[in-house]
Write a protein that binds this ligand. Structure first.
Ligand SMILES: Nc1nc2c(ncn2[C@@H]2O[C@H](COP(=O)(O)OP(=O)(O)OP(=O)(O)O)[C@@H](O)[C@H]2O)c(=O)[nH]1
Length: 524
């Protein structure tokens, strides 16, 4: 049976389609988020690695110049300020500047800031550098370390330069001047230009007091700017030697992934920053491609799913229709079967049903033994009735006779049938002779009570003649329906012969004709 409370197949199909769509969306969303995180992590790692490499490069750049400065100090100590000594020192300076790409120039100043010797072709005497930070620093600090100054514009070339300097000590340890190397900022510019940091990326070399020494891209006001108050410097660079942080620039509003690192040998730091939007641009492109792909898949799934659901629904409806049709057919078949068993006029069983029923009853008896009675009933003078009242009235009469017989035959399993014409038959399973005679008599009485007028009969009413037979069968016999009907028919004919409206019992014997008993005789 079809159970309405269960989810229908179309419901299951709909749930299936929706679930598949949801799973695809959730998986795509999840994998998109994951790729977003991976992209950021890898970019952070990349900026961090570049920061480390640039810090090492900057260290090396300054260390190489510092070694040259140390060499110069040694030479000055050895050769002193004699003309020939200074000439040799000049030659050494020229050769050193030629040997180091980052080195723009080498200078020696006396304790008053006057130019003593330098790497330039001619020694300018008109400049005095006593006002420079590095000069003041060395004059005030007796420190055996190089000093890296803020970016300045060269007095000789006008270029932005970085300075790295050392103090010259006189024999008594007092301030004797400064030896200075300058590094052209274009050296860092060229080097930093090789890194792919995107359009909105940035690289910065700064000193730990927050001063920008160099920046890529190099904006007009970049060099020398103080970042001390920027959130990046305040909250991150100042607090830790290295790290990575995502921060929105207060200047251009761009969110960047910033990796910073201190130089190992100098009080400087490097920041490498990449724009988050640029870092995620490729990911974003993939996301859009996938969104379009997933949308296409979802549309196809929705379209196909809707079709599938509709098809499943149609099949369900067809199945329901088929079930309904089957039920209708079954009930029609039952009706037809019932109709095929019934007589059309009298509504009692028909001749075919009677034959089948008697055959099967006798087959059962022949196999298992038992008793069975048969009554044959024939309407008396029915031809005259038809002649008197007409055939239509004859039909009605037959219906009333059948009803009267049916009234007398009450037990379940008894079969009342129209045997043919105005003749009826009654099969009484498990009913012996006595019982059969009672039924036969009650049948006659039932008809008497009907009082169907029949002016041309002797009694004035419709009567019937009844022949009865009964058998008690031992298992293994072969009683045929024909023999039993013949026996009952013999009783019926005798009843007719002896004046009608009576019952004659005909003892059944398969071999020979038996004694014929009259109902009244038997009852007595
Ligand atoms: N109206 C009607 N008449 C039928 C039907 N079947 C048979 N008959 C009539 O029943 C009559 C039977 O007549 P008979 O066989 O001569 O017997 P009877 O007139 O009853 O005389 P007895 O049997 O000797 O009492 C015939 O005239 C049939 O036409 C039926 O279905 N309807």
């Amino acid at each position: 049976m079809f159970n309405r409370s269960r989810i229908s197949a179309s419901g299951v199909a709909r749930i299936f389609v929706v679930s598949v769509c949801l799973v695809i969306v959730v998986l795509e969303f999840w994998s998109g988020l994951r790729e977003h995180d991976v992209e950021l992590t890898e970019s952070t790692r990349a900026t961090s690695n570049v920061a480390m490499a640039l810090a090492q490069h900057a260290d090396q750049t300054f260390n190489e110049v510092d070694i040259v400065l140390l060499g110069l100090l040694e030479r000055l100590e050895k050769d002193g300020n004699s003309k020939s000594g200074l000439a040799r020192t000049h030659d050494l300076m020229v050769s050193r500047v030629g040997g180091l790409p980052q080195l723009a120039g080498l200078f020696v100043y006396d304790d008053q800031g006057n130019w003593v010797v330098n790497s330039q072709p001619t020694l300018e005497k008109r400049f005095n550098n006593s006002d420079r930070d590095y000069f003041i620093y060395h004059r005030l600090h007796r420190v055996e370390k190089p000093f890296i100054g803020k970016p300045i514009k060269s007095k000789s070339t006008g270029q932005w330069i970085l300075t790295i300097s050392r103090r010259i000590n006189k024999i008594d340890g007092s301030f004797g001047g400064v030896v200075l190397g300058t590094i052209d900022l274009s050296f860092f510019q060229r080097f930093y230009a090789q890194f792919d940091i995107g359009k909105n990326g940035a690289i910065m070399l700064g000193s730990l007091d927050g001063t920008v020494l160099h920046r890529r891209p190099l904006l007009p006001d970049s060099v020398g700017k103080n970042l001390e108050n920027s959130p990046l410097f305040q909250e991150h660079v100042r607090r830790s030697g290295s790290g990575s942080v995502e921060i929105r620039s207060t200047q251009d509003g761009v969110v960047r992934i910033n990796s910073f690192r201190y130089l190992a040998d100098h009080p400087l730091f490097i920041i490498v920053a990449m724009s988050k939007d640029e870092v995620l641009a490729e990911w974003m492109f993939h996301v859009w491609v996938r969104v379009i792909g997933v949308a296409a898949v979802l549309i196809i799934l929705y379209y196909g799913g809707t079709k599938m659901v509709a098809q499943v629904k149609r099949r369900e409806v067809a199945e329901l229709d088929a079930i309904k049709s089957k039920r209708k057919l079954e009930s029609l078949y039952k009706t037809l079967e019932a109709q095929s068993q019934k007589d059309g006029l009298t509504a009692v069983f028909n001749r075919r049903y009677f034959d089948d029923s008697l055959s099967s009853q006798l087959a059962l008896l022949n196999r298992s033994g038992g008793i069975l009675s048969l009554i044959m009933v024939d309407v008396d003078h029915f031809k005259r009735f038809n002649d008197t009242y007409g055939h239509a009235a004859g039909d009605v009469c037959l219906q009333r006779v059948a009803a009267a017989i049916q009234t007398a035959v009450q037990r379940e399993g008894d079969v009342v049938a129209r045997y043919g014409g105005e003749e009826f038959a009654v099969i009484l399973p498990e009913c012996d002779k006595a019982g059969a005679l009672i039924v036969a008599r009650s049948l006659i009485n039932s008809l008497h009570e009907e009082k169907i007028e029949h002016a041309s009969s002797g009694t004035g009413f419709i009567t019937v003649s009844v022949g009865v037979t009964s058998i008690a069968v031992e298992p293994g016999h072969a009683i045929t329906p024909r023999k039993m009907i013949e026996a009952a028919d013999e009783g019926l004919y005798l009843a007719k012969d002896q004046g009608r409206d009576q019952v004659i019992f005909r003892e059944f014997s398969p071999q020979a004709r038996n004694r014929i008993l009259c109902f009244d005789e038997e009852a007595a």
